[in-house]
Design a protein around this ligand. Structure first.
Ligand code: RFL
Ligand code: PHB
Length: 397
C-alpha cells in the first residue's frame, strides 16, 4: 500500500488528523492495534474546550456534538463541603466548555472515516516504523497472519502513551520530562442524573473528588485514591459514601446513586517528550505528552497538536512548503508546557499529598482561599480552563 501520511493509532488524535487531511485532499492510512468495539468503548475524557469544539465542527463531525453536547458556563470548587462558583463565561469574555464524552467523539470520527472510504485498519498487530529519517519511510504490520507494508512520505505517531512511535525515535534525540503523583483516580460511571448541572471539583481532608457527567441522565464521578487501590475493595456503596463525604451535606442530600456501569483506577502523571518530530515522524497527543486529568486537558491537547500538524502537512503536500513541518514541534511545545503548568497547578491545589510538609499544606490552602477572593486569580484559572489559543507552526520556525 502507498499513501501520503501513515497514521499510527485511531484515538482522537489519529482519527481527527485523518479527517482534517481527508477534507484537504491529503491521502492517509490509519493503523490501529485494537478492535473497533474496544476503541469506541474506552471511557475517558468528558470536557471539550471551545477551540476543540470548533475544530470538530470544522472537521465535519459537529452535528451530534452540537445537538447532544452540554454547554457549561462555569464549574464549582468545593472546599471542605462549601461550594464556590467559577463563572467561566463572565471571566473569559464569553467562552465556555462543552461536556461530550470522548467515546462519542471517537464514534463520530470513526463513522466519518468509514463514510469517506479512506483506509482504517483495526487489529493491526506488531506495527513497526522504518527509515523515519529518510524521505521514504515505511510502516509494517501484521493482520490475519500476513505482513503488510505501507510506503509513505510522513508518519504520524498518534498511538498514545504506550504506543511504538515515540520509542522509534533515537534515544540520542529524545529528551523526556516526567512527574509521577503518589495517587490515582478511582472513577465510576452510572446512569443517574448528575448531582449538579455543572462540574464540582472538591478538596477535602479525605482527598480530591470530582462530580462530572456525560449527559443529563449519566454521571461520572472520581475520587483520589492510593495507587495500589484494588477495585474489589470498592463496592459501589462504599464509593457513593466516599463521594457524599467529600462533597459535603448539601450535595450528599441531592446525590442520586445507582449501580456502576464502569469503574476503573487511573494513575496521575505529567510527561513531555521533546522534540515532537524526528525526520519524517511527527508525534501527536498522548504519544508525546500526558497531563494529570484534573484540568481536563489530555484530549484537548491532542486536538491542539492535530490542529497544528494538519496545517503543517497541508502546507507540505499542497504548497510544497516545509515551513509548517519545521515549526511543528516548537509550536506545539510552546503551548503544551503552559498546559502542563496549569494541569500540575490545578492538581496540586486540589489533591492531598500525604508527604506534604505542614507549611506547604497551609500555603496551598491560602492559595485556594486567595483564588476564591480574587477576580484576577479566577481569570487566570478560567482562561486556562477554557483553552489557550493554538500556535501557528508557520510563524515559529
Ligand atoms: P489515545 O486515546 O490513547 O489513542 C491512541 C491509540 O493508539 C492505539 N495504539 C496503537 N495502534 C497501533 N499500533 C500500536 N503499537 C499502538 N499502540 C497504541 C491505541 O489502541 C489507541 O487507540 O491517544 P490520543 O489519540 O492522543 O488521545 C488522548 C486522549 O485519549 C487522552 O489525553 C484523554 O483521554 C485524557 N483525559 C481527558 N482529557 C481531556 O481533554 N478532558 C478530560 O476530561 C479528560 N479526562 C482523561 C480523562 C484520561 C483519563 N484516563 C483514563 C487516562 C479522564 C481519565 C480518567
Ligand atoms: C470527566 O468527565 O471524565 C472529566 C471531567 C473533568 C475533568 C476530568 C475528567 O477535569
Amino acid at each position: 500500500m502507498r499513501t501520503q501520511v501513515a497514521i499510527i493509532g485511531s484515538g482522537p488524535a489519529g482519527l481527527l488528523l485523518g479527517q482534517l487531511l481527508h477534507l484537504a485532499g491529503v491521502d492517509t492510512v490509519i493503523l490501529e492495534r485494537r478492535s473497533r468495539d474496544y476503541v469506541e468503548g474506552r471511557i475517558r475524557a468528558g470536557v471539550l474546550e471551545q477551540g476543540t469544539v470548533e475544530l470538530l465542527v470544522e472537521a465535519g463531525v459537529g452535528d451530534r456534538l452540537k445537538a447532544e453536547g452540554l454547554i457549561h458556563t462555569g464549574f464549582d470548587i468545593c472546599i471542605d463541603g462549601s461550594r464556590h462558583r467559577i463563572d467561566l463565561e463572565a471571566l473569559t469574555g464569553g467562552k465556555t466548555v462543552t461536556v461530550y464524552g470522548q467515546t462519542e467523539v471517537t464514534k463520530d470520527l470513526i463513522a466519518a472515516r468509514l463514510a469517506s472510504g479512506a483506509p482504517l485498519v483495526f487489529e493491526a498487530e506488531n506495527v513497526a516504523l522504518h527509515d523515519i529519517d529518510t524521505e521514504r519511510p515505511r510502516v509494517t504490520y501484521e493482520k490475519d497472519g500476513a505482513t503488510h507494508t505501507v510506503d509513505c512520505a510522513v508518519l504520524a505517531g498518534c498511538d498514545g502513551f504506550h504506543g511504538v512511535s515515540r520509542g522509534s525515535m533515537p534515544d540520542s534525540v529524545l529528551k523526556t520530562y516526567e512527574r509521577a503523583y503518589p495517587f490515582g483516580w478511582l472513577g465510576i460511571l452510572a446512569d443517574v442524573p448528575p448531582v449538579s448541572h455543572e462540574l464540582i471539583y472538591a478538596t477535602h481532608p479525605d482527598g480530591f473528588a470530582l462530580a462530572s457527567m456525560r449527559s443529563e441522565t449519566r454521571s461520572r464521578y472520581y475520587i483520589q485514591c492510593p495507587l495500589d487501590t484494588d477495585l474489589a475493595d470498592w463496592p459501589d456503596d462504599r464509593l457513593w459514601d466516599a463521594l457524599k463525604t467529600r462533597f459535603g451535606d448539601a450535595a450528599a442530600a441531592a446525590m442520586r446513586t445507582g449501580p456502576s456501569i464502569e469503574k476503573s483506577v487511573a494513575p496521575l502523571r505529567s510527561f513531555v517528550a521533546e522534540p515532537m518530530r524526528h525526520g519524517r515522524l511527527f508525534l501527536a497527543g498522548d504519544a508525546a505528552h500526558i497531563v494529570p486529568p484534573t484540568g481536563a486537558k489530555g484530549l484537548n491537547l491532542a486536538a491542539a497538536d492535530v490542529r497544528v500538524l494538519s496545517w503543517a502537512l497541508i502546507d507540505l503536500f499542497r504548497d510544497n512548503s516545509t515551513a509548517g513541518i519545521d515549526g511543528y514541534s516548537a509550536a506545539c511545545l510552546a503551548r503544551i508546557w503552559k498546559v502542563q503548568r496549569f494541569s500540575w497547578w490545578f492538581s496540586t491545589q486540589l489533591h492531598n499529598f500525604d508527604t506534604e510538609p505542614a507549611f506547604e499544606r497551609r500555603v496551598h490552602r491560602a492559595e485556594l482561599e486567595y483564588l476564591l477572593e480574587s477576580e484576577s486569580a479566577q481569570k487566570t484559572l478560567a482562561e486556562n480552563y477554557v483553552g489557550l489559543p493554538f500556535v501557528d507552526p508557520r510563524r515559529v520556525a
